[in-house]
Design a protein around this ligand. Structure first.
Ligand SMILES: [Zn+2]
Length: 235
């Protein structure tokens, strides 16, 4: 660092000096290296059947959270979720059995959805945030059923009952403690992501007869009452 600053200072008056020219080049290389370090990367999202999706993820200590590896993982998970696109992504979905998940329900996505659907689902924008070592408290017994999907069960969906309202205590990416009371769609996202950190997928909780490909959901079930899709056979 000292060399870089010294070089930058002297190069203004000593452009012809080969040593200072070399230092200047070193400075440029250091800048490029730093930029590369800051770049994010899209991660591979693993699919159902990968053992990591069925393991209980390991909690992180504050020192790890603040370390370069986890900070980089969070940046990469954010880019991967936004690229997918999804409203949540848990570390086991990118092959790492760690208690980390990223969440974001973007305003741009919601403005393209019918207001009636947003009202029914109690779905509002949720800013990007990170949850680490989350603990759920169920504040009421009330459950609601909606179709949901998962980036690790790409192309499928099913109706899943979830608690309407919950409280979640978690650490953020700075290791700071938070407590949030969530309801509606945000509560559903949190329950789905926290399930991932305990080796559970929505298929463990779904009404099994509603399981469908997304194509067929659009074709046959969109806009229909869920009880129609989940009706049991007569024998
Ligand atoms: Zn999922």
């Amino acid at each position: 660092m000292y060399i870089v600053i010294y070089g930058a200072f002297l190069c203004k008056t000593h452009d012809k000096n080969p040593i200072l020219k070399a230092i200047s080049e070193l400075e440029t290389a250091a800048e490029i290296f730093f930029q590369v370090l800051q770049q994010t990367m899209r991660l591979k999202i693993v699919q159902a059947g990968e053992p990591v999706l069925r393991q209980t993820a390991r909690p992180l200590i504050r020192q790890e959270i603040l370390g370069d590896e986890i900070q980089r993982l969070i940046r990469d998970m954010k880019e991967t979720m936004q690229d997918a696109p999804g409203v949540g992504l848990a570390a086991p979905q990118v092959g790492l059995s760690l208690q980390v998940a990223v969440i974001e329900d973007r305003e741009e996505t919601l403005k393209d959805l019918p207001p009636q659907e947003l009202a029914e689902k109690d779905r509002r924008p949720v800013p990007f945030h990170v949850i680490i070592n989350p603990q759920i408290t169920f504040v009421e017994d009330d459950k609601i059923i909606f179709y949901e999907g998962c980036l690790s069960l790409a192309g499928f969906s099913a109706a899943v009952p979830r608690a309407r309202a919950i409280q979640v205590d978690y650490l953020d990416e700075q290791g700071e403690q938070h407590s949030v009371e969530a309801s509606g769609w945000y509560a559903r996202i949190l329950q789905h992501e926290i399930d991932h950190l305990h080796g559970a997928l929505y298929i463990d909780r779904m009404h099994t007869r509603t399981f469908t490909s997304v194509d067929n959901w659009n074709r046959f079930w969109r806009g229909k009452p869920i009880r129609e899709a989940s009706s049991t056979p007569t024998r």
